[in-house]
Design a protein around this ligand. Structure first.
Ligand code: 2AM
Length: 177
């Protein structure tokens, strides 16, 4: 990464109650799968992943955030799962809520207009990473009490990679509604 760049993404950040419940779920999951647990300071749901952005363009990125006009919504996380290909264990909604998709689409539209490159997969798979380097193929899945996540704001996050994992810093914050 160049000196003048930052690794950035837009995300939803849970409130303390949801974060606490996900932290607990992650602990049970780690007992079953091993791996490294994401704790409350970095549990989040990525909306759009930008990757490395020139620092001089962050104001333009903030303008994209300013352009979003949507009401708050509720998202129910009711599933735990694991992806073999990247060894990520996660919590997610079993279907992508319409308002969440609308938020992702508004951000993507704004980013396209402002000529930002971003990770644009054909299917947006919303998830909250709970473990990295997990091996869940033989795991007994713990019970998971579904979580109602009230999304009333979104954030622009800078990721700083350290030896012990990434640390995240919100550098922009917008209310929904
Ligand atoms: P992950 O948790 O599934 O790895 C910070 O790295 C956030 O951006 C994480 O939520 C991560 O998802 C996501 N992320 C990292 N690289 C990405 C990529 N190439 N495309 C989409 N999301 C990515």
């Amino acid at each position: 990464r160049g000196e003048g760049q930052a690794r950035l993404f837009f995300a939803l950040w849970p409130d303390a109650a949801v974060c606490g419940a996900l932290d607990q779920a992650g602990r049970k999951l780690r007992d079953a799968c091993g791996g490294r647990q994401m704790r409350c300071n970095n549990i989040h749901l990525t909306l759009v992943f930008l990757g490395n952005v020139e620092i001089t363009r962050i104001d333009a990125l903030r303008a994209v955030g300013d352009g979003v006009a949507l009401p708050p919504f509720v998202m129910t996380l009711n599933q735990l799962g694991w992806w073999r290909h990247n060894r990520v264990a996660w919590a997610a909604p079993d279907t992508t809520p319409g308002p969440l998709l609308a938020l992702v689409n508004q951000l993507q539209d704004g980013l396209r207009v402002a000529a930002f490159a971003f990770d644009d997969r054909p299917v947006y798979a919303p998830h909250v990473t709970l473990l990295r380097n997990a091996r869940c193929e033989k795991a007994e899945w713990p019970a998971f009490e579904s979580q109602e996540w009230v999304a009333n704001e979104f954030v622009l996050v800078r990721s700083v990679t350290r030896e012990e994992g990434a640390t995240y810093e919100a550098i922009g914050r917008w209310s929904l509604g």
